[in-house]
Write a protein that binds this ligand. Structure first.
Ligand code: PMP
Length: 426
């Protein structure tokens, strides 16, 4: 038996399900999760000393690969100067200035410690600012696990088959209106009926929690339009796609300006960080400037700021995103060719450094209902086959994959070769 197996057995005694975040438990693919002990560049090393080419990237943050030497160096340096102050530090201002410079829609930004905190607060702020209670989200999008947002949610909630969680008060859940993602007509219909009661729309402008789903043409434009007409706040949840599909995020890529944006993952360079921000007029309502409350003991933590700031500096290198885009595109073309060769119905999506693959008959996957129709048994077989070949992909058909700047052409070629081998066995 593997060491991962023994570690998983031991973990289940005192940790619910043996994991500190549900999707890690491999419920989406079956079998024992792999326990890791080290990561460097594009590679992971498991508890049994096996190496894998990694396409999970800690669920997105590792855009520079794991343990990038320059990121590690600034964290080590900061650690010797204090782990946390609970008081303002200069690096927080440097970080805020840089985020506002890179993302034109951001006039002010507040740092928090997770994506969940960022989206939860953005929703509260939108409600406080508009004086309205209802929010609009889309089925299959995931925005963290705060009560209002765990209604028909994506990611691990989908993988585990509990998109609407018990424990969320009915009174609150009824204020969450869940619409069909990428369906502009439905959005228009709802806003024509009750637009004046809606505080905000929250959306993943490139969805990554029902696999990778780009916006249908005109969808983000429609969201902007109905928000402008009704006075609702448009929130882009760029926790996953921010600094991932381009330096100025999905909003830059598609040319739509949200009122508020949330970030996480890449912005923390591997440390626990989230952020929310946007229009000054709205951010003026957050405490201590205004009455909408939000706080955090470790918010703006200096180690996290050091890792995040260094990461945001390094991703500005010319050609960084072109390189990421090319690698992800090559990987998906290779997967497609491998599937075609084996005669397996298959298709892919890819936006910048984010990708998704589907064991579906249909080719243009833009709806959650299409993702749900994929051949899950084939997905599981492919997943375990790739794992055997030393390739670590997201252990769920409802998650996007990621490449980092450290994946070499050889890594991509080796991964495609593994896919060719595994596809033939499906
Ligand atoms: N929003 C999106 C788009 C996400 O992908 C995630 C996490 N996968 C979150 C919010 C929640 O972030 P966290 O897990 O850091 O709370």
């Amino acid at each position: 038996m593997s060491k991962s197996h023994d570690l998983f057995e031991a973990a289940q005694i005192h940790i619910p399900g043996g994991v500190n975040s549900p999707v890690r438990a491999f419920k989406g693919v079956g079998g024992d999760p792999v326990f890791f002990k080290a990561a460097k560049g594009a590679y992971l090393t498991d508890a049994d000393d096996r190496q894998y080419i990694d396409y999970v990237a800690s669920w997105g943050p590792a855009i520079l690969g794991h343990a990038h030497p320059e990121v590690v160096e600034v964290v080590q340096k900061q650690a010797t100067m204090g782990l946390s102050f609970g008081a303002p530090t200069e690096i927080e201002t440097t970080m805020a200035d840089l985020v506002c410079q890179l993302i034109p829609s951001m006039e002010m930004v507040r740092m928090v410690s997770s994506g969940t905190e960022a989206t939860m607060t953005a929703i509260r702020l939108a409600r406080g600012y508009t004086g309205r209670d209802k929010i609009v989200k889309f089925e299959g999008c995931y925005h963290g696990h705060s009560d209002s947002l765990l209604v028909k949610a994506g990611s691990g909630a989908l993988t585990l088959g509990v998109p609407s969680s018990p424990g969320v008060p009915e009174g609150l859940a009824k204020e969450t209106i869940t619409l069909t993602h990428n369906d502009s007509a439905e959005v228009r219909q709802v806003f024509s009926e009750i637009g004046d009661q809606i505080a905000c729309i929250i959306v993943e402008p490139v969805a990554g929690n029902m696999n990778c789903i780009p916006p249908e043409e005109g969808f983000l434009e429609t969201l902007r339009e109905v928000c402008d007409q009704s006075g609702a706040v448009l929130i882009f949840d760029e926790v996953m796609c921010g600094f991932r599909v381009g330096l100025d995020g999905a909003q830059g890529r598609y040319g739509i300006t949200p009122d508020l944006t949330t970030f996480g993952k890449v912005i923390g360079g591997g440390m626990p960080v989230g952020a929310f921000g946007g229009k000054r007029e709205i951010m003026n309502h957050i405490a201590p400037l205004g009455p909408v409350y939000q706080a955090g003991t470790l918010s703006g933590n200096p180690l996290a700021m050091a890792a995040g700031l260094k990461t945001l500096q390094l991703i500005q290198e010319p050609g960084f995103y072109e390189n990421l885009d090319q690698k992800a595109a090559a990987l998906m073309q290779g997967f497609q060719a491998a599937a075609d060769e084996a005669g397996i119905p298959f298709t892919t999506n890819q936006v910048g450094g984010m990708f998704g693959y589907f064991f579906n008959e249909e080719k243009h996957i833009r709806r959650f209902a299409q993702v749900a129709k994929g051949d899950m048994e084939r997905f599981k077989k492919f997943y375990h086959g790739m794992l055997e070949e030393g390739v670590y992909l997201a252990p769920s058909a409802f998650e996007a994959g990621f490449v980092s700047s450290q994946h070499s052409d050889e890594d991509i070629a080796a991964t495609i070769e593994a896919a060719r081998k595994v596809m033939k066995t499906l």
